[in-house]
Write a protein that binds this ligand. Structure first.
Ligand SMILES: [Zn+2]
Length: 183
């Protein structure tokens, strides 16, 4: 697989993700003008109180930012979730709805997921309490790592503006778990 097709695949994955990525995509691809992306990020940057440079928005509240030589996930409130290659959900507050009653609070019958098989996980920011994400998965399913963007490819191939220092593009979630929870 060539580097180009790989990067396109990565970008397609990004594009098919949730908002605000679809906004980002339409801004980028609609104009074929990387300047638009910068302007979009500028707008986001003006909305937050902290100084770290936004590299990419992840959700309405979460951003990948440059902090020193690290790229971390940061909430608009300032709460930090660590390296962006580690699933940020590990550092969020999690509320799991697994009983039928709890599920029905969210989903009125009959559209509710089957509480016999599924659980609904709500992720909250420990800093501001904002609900960041909701996922419905079978019991015991690992935390879904929704979005691990290849930032270096994105900046180099799409924006034609490589980031100053490269980071290995790899999922570090398991390493993080091993370091923090394993005996
Ligand atoms: Zn927050």
């Amino acid at each position: 697989m060539s580097k180009i097709s790989y990067s396109k695949e990565v970008i397609r994955d990004l594009i098919e993700g949730k908002l605000p990525w679809s906004q980002t995509k339409s801004i980028i691809s609609g104009y074929k003008d990387e300047d638009r992306f910068d302007k979009y990020v500028e707008v986001l940057q003006e909305k937050v109180a902290w100084q770290e440079k936004i590299l990419l928005p992840l959700t309405h509240e979460l951003y990948i930012v440059q902090k020193g030589s690290d790229r971390i996930v940061k909430c608009s409130c300032g709460q930090e979730f660590g390296d962006y290659r580690v699933n940020w959900k590990l550092n969020a507050l999690i509320h799991v709805r697994e009983s039928e009653e709890e599920v029905k609070e969210l989903y009125p019958y009959p559209s509710a997921p089957d509480a016999e098989f599924c659980e609904i996980r709500e992720f909250y920011c420990p800093g501001c309490g904002t609900q960041l994400w909701v996922e419905t998965v079978p019991f015991g399913y690992p935390l879904v790592f929704d979005f691990l963007p290849d930032l270096d490819t994105f900046y180099a191939e799409w924006l034609k503006r490589p980031l100053p220092s490269q980071k290995e593009f790899t999922d570090l979630t398991c390493d993080f778990i091993a370091q923090n929870w394993a005996e």
